[in-house]
Write a protein that binds this ligand. Structure first.
Ligand code: FMN
Length: 499
């Protein structure tokens, strides 16, 4: 099944939602944490200094901080019935966390070279193999590795069943968005420690699966290579060994979703296909609203990363968001990502595929309406004037938070241009990009005391109709909302600082 058929088949409509209504099968909810049995466990130190580029630090400290500020458990919620569940630094649709973090290291302080899996439940590393060749082996699966000097290479795997349990066939979209969020969380934490992160979506799927010995339910989705002086030392050249480990069973029963399998197969690569560069369309922004200079300051990433939470809902009568804050959030959301599929690594002109449409409900100094954002000129073009709060909530499957927030977003991907550049594989890439932009919206808002919520549920074609988009002009792939969160009574413990 190609991406077009999959995308059409998984659009939300009122009729489909009514026909598909059913209870969740709680007895077979997949476990949110993966463990490998029969492998050595390596402790990641809990005692950490501040997240920063300065100072000497060894491999264990580097990895501990990297995950602590990108993927670790950061809060607990308790439901009315007393059930406790964990929340993490990276957000996830339905808090189901399909993304697993595998990583290979070489020459990383005193840390033994090898292949590992991050055990998020206890903030430990599971050592699946020892040896100095794993970084190279992972990078060799990428079709144009520009990161030969990388000392840490992460592979973000996805477990589709974790999302399909709730979202059924539409889950592939959520898995890809989730990868985008996790990638950006990693990139940002690495950046704070003086590292650059290069992401590769263009790799040979089966080859990488073989390198990782990935279990049947995990599929590699993105490689993230870290480079720079963020870590010191020579590394421990361990003798080659293989443990592999036995992956835990996530639920007694799983349900197969052929459309997910189909789109994943269609977007897999078995041979090198060179991207065909596609020029980004020119922008006619005459008459747009030029955004003012971005608000200066804002809290540091290290302070807000673990505090970030999705708002359950927003306060509809909160004070308006200052325009300079919106300006700062928008400019931060569209900076370069450093990835092969946008041309950033090869020196090709950078080519992003996602455009932000804003439903401005409450921003000081900006009239209400629907706008399109131009990153090139950092300006907004008014498309529909007036109050769109009811429509924004309605388009997001009736979720009130999209109407109660200060600004709601539709992220629209130029899928035709992406597919002309990358073929079927483009379907993954536009969702990775949208997820990464979403992560920047979360973090950008938190830095200025505002909050966000990713919204994966929307009536696709109703959004296109509302925005006046013809099919060839783009497809909505993500919604988002920013505002002042209402307090969440279920939030019981939050760990923000390094412990
Ligand atoms: C791709 C994606 C889609 C999401 N869709 C929705 C949504 O439609 N409605 C909603 O209220 N929250 C949505 N969320 C927020 C998640 O429910 C939230 O991230 C999760 O419960 C974990 O909470 P946290 O973000 O506070 O860690 C989404 C999050 C992501 C990453």
């Amino acid at each position: 099944m190609g991406w077009r058929a999959y995308h059409e088949a998984t659009k939300h409509t009122v009729e489909r939602l009514t026909a598909e209504r059913r209870e969740l099968d709680w007895a077979h909810m997949p476990a949110p944490f993966r463990h490998y049995e029969g492998v050595p466990l390596v402790d990641l130190p809990a005692e950490m200094g501040a997240l920063g580029a300065e100072g000497e630090r060894g491999g264990a400290e580097f990895l501990s901080r990297l995950f602590y500020y990108s993927a670790a458990v950061s809060a607990t919620k308790i439901t009315q019935s007393g059930t406790r569940y964990a929340l993490r630094v990276n957000p996830s649709s339905g808090n189901l966390h399909p993304t697993e973090f595998h990583f290979a290291t070489r020459g990383l302080g005193e840390w033994p070279d090898g292949l590992y899996h991050y055990r998020a439940s206890s903030h430990e590393a599971e050592r699946r193999a020892a040896g100095g060749h794993w970084v190279k082996a992972v990078l060799e699966a990428a079709l144009a590795p520009w990161s030969r000097e990388a000392r840490v290479v992460l592979v973000l795997n996805s477990i589709f069943w974790r999302e399909a349990w709730k979202y059924r066939d539409r889950a592939y979209r959520y898995c890809c968005l989730d990868v985008g969020h996790a990638w950006e969380a990693l990139r940002r934490a690495a950046l704070e420690m003086g590292c650059e992160a290069h992401a590769y979506g263009h790799f040979l799927d089966d080859k990488l699966r073989r390198v990782l010995n990935a279990e049947g339910d995990e599929q590699p989705m993105l490689i993230v290579a870290l480079m720079g002086d963020g870590v010191s030392g020579q590394g421990v050249n361990a003798e080659a060994a293989w443990w592999g480990g036995e992956a835990n069973i996530l639920s007694a029963e799983t349900v197969a979703y052929p459309q997910i399998q189909g789109v994943h197969r269609a977007t897999s690569l078995s041979e090198s296909i060179a991207p065909v560069p596609q020029a980004a369309p020119g922008e006619d922004w005459a008459g747009g609203v030029r955004l003012p200079g971005a608000e200066k300051g804002g809290e540091r990433y290290a302070t807000v990363a673990r505090r970030r939470r999705s708002a359950l809902d927003f306060q509809p009568h909160a004070e308006a968001m200052p325009l300079a804050v919106l300006s700062a959030i928008l400019s931060g959301a569209v900076e370069g990502h450093g990835c092969d599929f946008e041309g950033d690594l090869s020196g090709m002109p950078s080519s992003r595929f996602v455009t932000l449409y804003l439903y401005v409900h409450s921003v000081a100094g900006l009239e209400r309406g629907v706008y399109r954002y131009s990153p090139g000129t950092h300006s907004l073009r008014l498309m529909l004037a007036g109050d769109h709060r009811v429509a924004a909530a309605g388009l997001s499957l009736g979720q009130q938070l999209a109407g109660n927030c200060a600004v709601a977003f539709s992220l629209v991907a130029d899928l035709e241009r992406a597919a002309a550049a990358h073929g079927e594989r483009a379907y993954r890439y536009v969702h990775f990009e949208a997820g990464a932009v979403g992560q920047r919206l979360y973090v950008g808002a938190e830095r200025f005391g505002w909050q966000g919520t990713g919204i994966g549920a929307f009536y696709d074609d109703a959004v296109h109709h509302y925005l006046g988009l013809k099919p060839e002009q783009g497809q909505v792939v993500y919604h988002f909302a920013l505002g002042r969160a209402v307090p969440d009574p279920r939030l019981s413990e939050t760990s923000t600082a390094a412990s």
